[in-house]
Design a binder for this molecule. Structure first.
Ligand SMILES: [Zn+2]
Length: 347
């Protein structure tokens, strides 16, 4: 039977951004407790991450940002941005969070795993080339894209970001790059302010960024609509060689930082669609990397839902009939128009 490889190291628990910060070590502790439960513990293999090298970080970040984050080593507190701070362990934690992406690709592409979940902190998708922001120091998933490009010579990499917030850093890393197709669904307008549907890439990368700016209180039907009618057909045309997922569980109903209303059932449908894409074009290879999620119960059960859906997809039905909101239907047409009009994808 397939198992899910979890990549984890104690260093990810040591990073703290301040006493009352929502992105706290309690998040990983809640997930690990859930994964130790009877129904999951025999379905998982644990692996330790490698440490990224400076050279690898510089594939996606400026040396100035690297040096700044490295300079926080050993300091109990350093503020990088109004909501992004470090302690003495944060730099090491960030280096291993990136290195976990390298380990993950090795497990997927050389060691026979189909499913890897990198349980890392700090998260990554807001980190820009030259700037740490939004609780993120280095951009883990963007660097997973660079590992796929530079170590495995991949030319078609799909990154799907279902975190409640727009993955601005990831988008900007590949905005002019057709070798990475970036698809993000997120609450909009909201932090960090980017991610309107009109942002579709630039130059050779035009048509390879797809944004789904969901209205507050969007429900399962809205998510399923965009994942099954927009992402899936485009991904089947793109035929990615690997599927990378920025897995943020703040999209689930009841998150203290947002107001999307995704349920665990809806999340399972999204994961099943992602698995279908991977089965279709990337030999089933799919990597989930932890981003946000600040309701601890949701976070732990969200990760459990991902694992169960990957291993038992037949238990999840993708509904044929669903009623997205009028807003979502109109948004879909706007996205379809802008993509079809430019002759990028048939949707
Ligand atoms: Zn988030």
């Amino acid at each position: 039977m397939d198992k899910v490889a979890i990549i984890f190291d104690e260093i990810f628990i040591k990073h703290k951004a301040g006493e009352w910060h929502p992105e706290s070590p309690l998040r990983l502790e809640a997930i690990l407790r859930r994964l130790a439960d009877e129904d999951l513990r025999n379905l998982i293999d644990y692996h330790r991450p490698e440490r990224a090298s400076k050279e690898e970080i510089l594939w996606n970040h400026t040396e100035e940002l690297y040096d700044l984050v490295a300079s926080t080593q050993g300091k109990p507190y350093f503020s990088l941005d109004p909501d992004t701070a470090t302690n003495e362990y944060s730099f090491e934690s960030a280096m291993y969070a990136v290195g976990a992406q390298k380990t993950a690709l090795k497990l997927l592409l050389e060691e026979g795993y189909n499913f890897v979940f990198a349980l890392v902190r700090p998260p990554g998708h807001h980190a820009e080339r030259d700037r740490a922001m939004g609780f993120c120091l280095f951009n883990n998933v963007a660097l997973a894209g660079y590992y796929a490009k530079n170590l495995y010579r991949m030319k078609r990499i799909l990154i799907v970001d279902f975190d409640l917030h727009h993955g601005n850093g990831t988008q900007n890393s590949f905005y002019e790059d057709p070798e990475v197709l970036f698809f993000s669904s997120h609450q909009y307008p909201y932090y960090p302010g980017t991610g309107n549907y009109t942002e579709i890439g630039r130059g050779l990368g035009r048509g390879f960024t797809i944004n789904v700016p969901l209205r507050s209180y969007s429900r399962d039907e809205d998510f399923i609509f965009f994942y099954s009618k927009l992402l899936k057909p485009i991904a089947f045309q793109y035929k990615p060689e690997i599927v990378l997922v920025s897995a943020g569980f703040d999209s689930l109903k009841g998150d203290p930082l947002g107001s999307l209303q995704l349920s665990f059932e809806g999340l399972a449908v999204i994961v099943k669609i992602l698995k279908e894409i991977a089965d279709y074009s990337s030999q089933g290879k799919i990597l989930f990397t932890l981003e946000g999620g600040y309701n601890l119960k949701n976070l732990a059960e969200g990760v459990a839902t991902v694992i169960k859906t990957l291993l038992f997809p037949d238990q999840v039905k993708i509904p044929e009939d669903f009623t997205p909101s009028e807003y979502s239907v109109s948004l879909f047409h706007k996205i379809a128009d802008i993509l079809n009009f430019k002759n990028y994808w048939e949707v």
